[in-house]
Design a protein. Structure first.
Length: 417
């Protein structure tokens, strides 16, 4: 995706600080970070989902709250938007401890790129499609790789969870990553609140007099504040696929000297390639196999599920592709930016060519999202079919398999030299 092609379809973001972060290439082929006001296929998938929303009445009573008058204790940590919330929170925690790595480098070193289409796990009654590793894995991988000691903790009691958070902030003076539910996050536009228990924020301060916390949320353009009651509520959300139990994580100590990143970069690339291509054909749900499996499934949706249910399934894929946690195309662009940075760090110029290839695959995912949105909106004159979408997914799956197989061959030439 080119910088000039980053969509700016402002609708539900208006009046909020929430914006999408896109990685796009400039005229010189270099990746740049560009803020986006949204994209119509994502908006249309969201609107279709909202039509079926069982929480419609409750949602209609919600209001967005933006508070900017924080004056309590706050750790000296600047806000930086990021394409993905876990990447952004990890970046904040690392920077506080003197380790400044780019978001693409964090994502690449943690081998975050992946794919799953799991029909037996449901979100909102529909199959889960994911374009990255499971939540929490990035933090564990990157800190282990760098020799950083960390702690992750869950709680049975909201009171205990908040007490521990306060102790870490006010006594130990350390920022804390919290996993929260999106549904009742007050500074997010109401239309974007759904029962997804996997959003990451970094808590960096507290105003004890007002009972407010200062947080860094990568999905917004500046620091946000949230009340004690709201933070406790989103740390222990009701509903969703799995209970969070106040999940929080933080860095305990960092090594005096970090390991050489160059060999770690190559091993991380190899690991990503293995994750995407190593599964035998009978393991159909993950890696490149998963994309081909989705290609097969999508062809039969209308016949097996009916027009309405097929459209909802398709809209769910687009939401996972474009809205939830950066999405498939977005992660491919982040990985392209990582390969570009890896080429500069390691001196392996061939990685720049692979950066171009994964960018082209990301563009194909964007094409899929565009065509799919035309399908479930049924615009006049559009002739796309589910078989057309299946054909495009098959091409993407085959290209991703070949891409990661070729990339693995390339990096193996340089590992342990």
């Amino acid at each position: 995706m080119k910088v000039k092609d980053v969509p700016q379809d402002l609708k539900y973001y208006e009046g909020s600080h929430v914006r999408d972060v896109n990685y796009a290439v400039d005229d010189d082929g270099k990746y740049q970070v560009v803020l986006s006001d949204g994209w119509s296929p994502k908006t249309e998938a969201l609107e279709l989902a909202l039509e079926e929303d069982v929480d419609k009445e409750e949602r209609s009573k919600m209001k967005m709250q933006i508070q900017n008058d924080f004056k309590g204790f706050e750790l000296p940590l600047e806000h930086r938007p990021a394409a993905h919330c876990e990447n952004g929170t990890i970046s904040s925690l690392l920077r506080y401890h003197g380790i400044d790595l780019s978001e693409p480098m964090i994502f690449g070193l943690a081998s975050g790129l992946f794919f799953t289409h799991i029909t037996f796990i449901k979100m909102g009654g529909l199959p889960v499609t994911s374009f990255r590793t499971f939540p929490g894995v990035l933090f564990k991988r990157i800190t282990k790789l760098l020799g950083i000691k960390t702690t992750t903790h869950r709680f049975f009691s909201p009171e205990k969870a908040m007490q521990t958070l306060d102790k870490l902030l006010l006594e130990q003076k350390t920022p804390v990553g919290c996993v929260v539910g999106m549904y009742e996050l007050p500074y997010v536009p109401v239309e974007y609140r759904f029962r997804f228990n996997g959003h990451n924020i970094c808590v960096i301060g507290k105003d004890e007099e007002k009972g407010q916390y200062s947080v860094l949320d990568s999905n917004v353009t500046q620091k946000e504040t949230i009340s004690y009651e709201d933070l406790a509520k989103v740390r222990f959300p009701k509903g969703g696929v799995y209970p969070l139990m106040g999940q929080m994580y933080w860095i305990k100590s960092v090594p005096k000297q970090l390991p050489d990143l160059n060999p770690l970069i190559l091993k991380a690339i190899h690991k990503t390639c293995w994750y995407m291509t190593s599964q035998p054909k009978f393991i159909r749900y993950v890696g490149a196999n998963g994309i081909l499996y989705l290609s097969e499934c999508i062809r039969t949706w209308e016949e097996k599920k009916g027009r309405r249910k097929a459209a909802l399934n398709l809209a769910q894929v687009i939401r996972m592709l474009e809205e939830i946690g950066t999405g498939g195309a977005g992660f491919r662009f982040v990985y392209g930016a990582f390969l570009q940075e890896a080429a500069e760090r390691t001196g392996i110029q061939e990685l720049n060519e692979y950066s171009k290839r994964i960018t082209e695959i990301g563009d194909m995912w964007r094409e899929f999202a565009y065509k799919a949105s035309r399908m479930f909106k049924k615009r006049a004159g559009e002739t796309f079919t589910y078989d057309d979408l299946g054909d495009l997914l098959q091409k993407i799956g085959e290209k991703e398999r070949k891409f990661f197989e070729d990339l693995d061959v390339e990096v193996k030439k340089h590992i342990d030299r």
